[in-house]
Design a protein around this ligand. Structure first.
Ligand code: DCP
Length: 436
């Protein structure tokens, strides 16, 4: 459920930095002969050429899309280079991508508080650095990179550099311009030191920064001045706001006919609170106005560790024995990551969650979701297997009971097929110091 945090009372400058076609860039750095050539990274499993999980921009120009399988992608782009993700214990090993993401975070954290939001996304709070820059003469500081920034709602008669340096700018806009100069410089430092390009959104809060980072890609940045927020949100589909992509978004559309974020403006805060509860109601009212008080968390380490694998088509798991075999494989990888986190960062995780995708074979109708289940995490591969097996069996039982309405229970319990399985360790905390 979204949390309505009090809007920030001070002006903030926040950036959302998103690496471009990330896994492809990591592979192109490992194999420089692929640079500039159409390239895609495919998942570990060769069914129909494997699923594309990252597509380089040259390949996108040829019509390759992430939803395609390798075979289909080759059909639209015969020169396409397909690189498979590295494999360890018969499943994808993402450690090279995670480590590459850490290199980028190390560079970005020089300019402000840094929150690692995913393997290739970072929020940066550059407010303090922007304030320091704000007393200087910006006309001498706007780099070539900064002057190519896109500014949402920029009046036609103004150039970007002119907008940055105009003497009548509000304090908000002036700080935003300072932030954009800092973010452009640090993006260039990321490129020089890691060889990766990234795109960024720069705004006064996390929501607007995130919304804008993908507007111009690759290797570009977009600014959202406060004056542009209303028209930006007026036509923005609600699904573009992360927390409105699911059930809440469907309810808003079904119950209030809301399609765009701007459509929410017609409802009072009280009405939204009546319908969706005090917290969510206030959050919706704020979101409609581009108000968001979420702070950038000081977090450069991941919030959770996961280990998963998909079993598409004929590889689906159909017996408890094979599921347990794979739970053991996943538990081994997870335990390795937990050990690494403990020794490098002195952190321990406290919650184990199992997620699975499951269906009933030969059923035309959509199956209910196979529910994810959690329990306190106990360290050790055998314990993780024991606990995750227990959780899996509970979910499977619920799933099959739900499915068996009007059918023989035995027919249902014998025809399930698991196409995805993952284990997540979360609630990670610093390990308390033991007094000696
Ligand atoms: N990824 C994945 N499976 C998915 C989506 C993404 O394994 N279904 C991985 C591969 C991506 C990386 O995560 O390179 C980051 O995902 P993004 O959604 O940020 O997409 P890209 O960085 O690949 O491209 P873009 O430049 O559009 O951000």
């Amino acid at each position: 459920m979204p949390l309505a945090r009090r809007p920030a009372s001070r002006i903030r400058v926040i950036a959302h930095v998103d690496l471009d076609c990330f896994y492809v860039q990591v592979e192109q750095r490992r194999q420089p002969q692929l640079r500039g050539k159409p390239t895609a990274v495919i998942q570990y499993n060769s069914w129909k050429g494997g699923a594309c999980i990252a597509v380089g921009y040259e390949a996108r120009k040829c019509g390759v899309k992430r939803s395609m399988r390798g075979d289909a992608a080759k059909a639209v782009c015969p020169d396409l280079n397909l690189v498979q993700v590295p494999v360890l214990h018969e499943k994808a090993d993402l450690s090279i991508y995670r480590d590459a993401g850490s290199e980028v975070v190390a560079v970005l954290s020089r300019v402000g508080k840094c929150e690692r939001a995913s393997i290739d996304e970072v929020y940066l709070d550059v407010t303090e650095a922007a304030k320091r820059l704000s007393s200087k003469d910006l006309s001498t500081l706007v780099s070539e990179e900064a002057s190519t920034s896109h500014i949402v709602g920029l009046p036609q008669e103004l150039g970007t550099k002119e907008w940055f340096c105009r003497p009548d700018a509000s304090r908000e806009d002036h700080l935003l311009a300072c932030g954009a100069i800092i973010v452009a410089d640090i993006r260039l430092a990321v490129l020089a030191e890691t060889e990766f390009t990234c795109s960024a959104g720069v705004a006064h809060n996390k929501m607007l920064a995130k919304l804008s980072s993908g507007m111009h890609k690759p290797a570009q940045q977009t600014l959202v001045p406060s004056s542009a927020v209303e028209s930006l949100l007026a036509t923005l589909p609600i699904s573009k706001i992360g927390k409105l992509g699911g059930k809440l978004g469907q309810e808003l559309e079904g119950e209030l006919g809301v399609k765009t974020v701007g459509d929410l403006l017609q409802f009072s805060e009280v009405k939204l609170q009546d319908m969706y509860g005090p917290n969510t109601g206030t959050w919706l009212w704020n979101t409609a106005r581009g108000i968001n008080g979420d702070e950038v968390q000081d977090r450069t380490l991941p919030k959770s560790h996961s280990s998963g694998k998909t079993f598409p088509g004929p590889r689906a798991l159909k017996t408890l024995e094979t599921v347990v075999y794979w739970l053991k494989e996943l538990a081994e990888t997870l335990q390795l990551r937990l050990d690494e986190d403990l020794s490098q960062n002195n952190r321990t995780a406290h919650l184990l969650t199992i997620h699975a995708s499951c269906h009933i074979e030969g059923r035309a109708t959509e199956a209910p979701k196979f529910s994810s289940k959690s329990r306190p995490l106990r360290y050790g591969v055998d314990k993780i297997v024991e606990d995750s097996r227990y959780l899996f069996e509970r979910s499977l039982h619920e799933f099959c009971s739900h499915q068996s309405a009007g059918k023989e229970q035995s027919e249902i319990t014998s025809s399930w097929a698991v196409t995805g399985l993952s284990l997540t360790a979360s609630n990670i905390m610093a390990k308390p110091m033991v007094k000696t």
